[in-house]
Design a protein around this ligand. Structure first.
Ligand code: NDP
Ligand code: GDR
Length: 331
């Protein structure tokens, strides 16, 4: 039975990936930080078969200890400061966790596998997945974006992810570590954090429909994103680590939509006109915006045989339906 270690197990992707790996007979460990992390209970309830191991991306020794204890075949590094606006307010923390945290994971693998510049881990057992991001493309000059598109990050988060991406490539090339970088475009679900725009909209549509919320204030309604379903994207992460050679892959649907289109569909699903409830305010604007992202996932389709199943319309409906149920349950 293969063993996987997932960092970021308490996040959206961590829970879907754990479910997927358990469904294909993995032993799954999740790394949880902090002395009394309130999300630990959420993981224990939602994923009782996941074993917990303690560690923090800020603490090198804890990562070495975790790998020595778990002896994983595969490591999925999903942990990060992942909310883009936070990265302007806490740029140093973002650099430490989202950027240098990747280096610490790779160093932990290198140390445990005993690799050095004179002794590469050519037959290294541990396969590593890094959660890279379409935010690395940022201010794009080319649409759609693929593995060859240059990076132009627009936030401290995007800059930290570029470091994480290149250090992953570098440890692969320097030490022979089986390290892959998945450049994933936005993916959402009913488990998405409420601070991200899609979930903010789906919760508001449900709340307004049920008379629990009056209106919704957003930032830039014109931004375009390539939004897919998180459950589809975690399959791609797993597929990357099953290939004969490590490589980097862009993952996305190839379709982009504006924030206002997401709002339109979500409100229409509950029989309301979004323009009656949504307004835009500069408090949610960003110092530097990423205007438009669209994936060219041809390589993933051809080499991994991966393609998304859930459409944009189905995703919006799934999220609004889940929030209607959640809001009604809280009454
Ligand atoms: P979430 O924000 O939902 O989860 C982030 C996770 O990182 C949480 O489990 C959090 O744990 C953990 N974490 C934060 N700081 C530390 C730390 N110092 N040590 C250990 N763990 C820590 O993110 P998603 O699930 O949405 O995304 C997963 C990864 O994929 C992230 O790296 C994100 O940047 C990247 N990504 C996401 C995309 C998306 O659209 N969702 C697209 C492209 C990339 P805690 O509960 O303790 O805070
Ligand atoms: P993003 O996701 O920054 O793309 O990063 P987010 O949902 O936060 O923003 C998407 C776009 O919507 C615009 N927007 C708003 N965003 C938020 N959060 N709140 C608002 O009120 C609002 N109004 C408009 C934003 O300006 C932006 O253009 C996500 C994260 O998961 C990253 O970790 C990941 O790397 C990328 O997706 C790919």
């Amino acid at each position: 039975m293969p063993t996987a270690l997932i960092t970021g197990i308490t996040g959206q992707d961590g829970t879907y990936l754990a479910e997927h790996l358990l469904s294909v007979d993995y032993r799954v460990y999740g790394l949880i930080r902090g002395q009394a992390n309130p999300k630990r209970q959420l993981v224990e309830t939602l994923l009782p078969d996941v074993r917990i191991v303690e560690g923090d991306l800020l603490d090198q020794t804890s990562l070495i200890n975790a790998i020595q204890r778990v002896e994983p075949d595969e490591i999925y590094n999903l942990a990060a400061v992942s909310f883009v606006p936070v990265s302007w307010n806490q740029p140093e923390l973002t650099g430490e966790v989202t950027g240098l945290g990747v280096l610490r994971m790779l160093e932990a693998i290198r140390v445990v596998e005993g690799a050095s510049t004179s002794r590469p881990a050519r037959n290294g057992r541990i396969r590593f997945y890094q959660a890279s991001s379409s935010e690395m493309f940022g201010k794009v000059a080319v649409t759609p974006q693929n593995e060859q598109t240059p990076f132009y990050p627009r936030s401290p988060y995007g800059v930290a992810k570029v470091y994480g991406h290149y250090i992953t490539v570098n440890y692969r090339e320097s030490y022979g570590i089986f390290a892959c970088s998945g450049i994933l475009f936005n993916h959402e679900s009913p488990r998405r954090g409420p601070e991200f725009v899609t979930r903010k909209i789906s919760r508001a549509a449900a709340g307004i429909k049920l008379g629990k919320q009056k209106d919704l204030v957003l930032g830039n309604l014109d931004a375009r994103r390539d939004w897919g379903f998180a459950g589809d994207y975690v399959r791609a992460m797993h597929l990357m680590l099953q290939q004969p050679l490590p490589d980097d892959y862009v993952i996305g649907t190839g379709e982009s939509h504006q924030v206002r289109e997401f709002a339109d569909l979500a409100f229409r699903h509950v029989g309301l006109n979004w323009q009656d409830y949504v307004r835009s305010d500069s408090q949610f604007s960003r110092p530097a915006e990423v205007d438009h992202l669209t994936a060219d996932a041809t390589k993933a389709r051809q080499k991994l045989g991966w393609q998304p199943i859930v459409s944009f319309e189905e995703l919006v409906q799934m999220m609004v339906e889940a929030d209607l149920k959640a809001e009604a349950g809280q009454r």
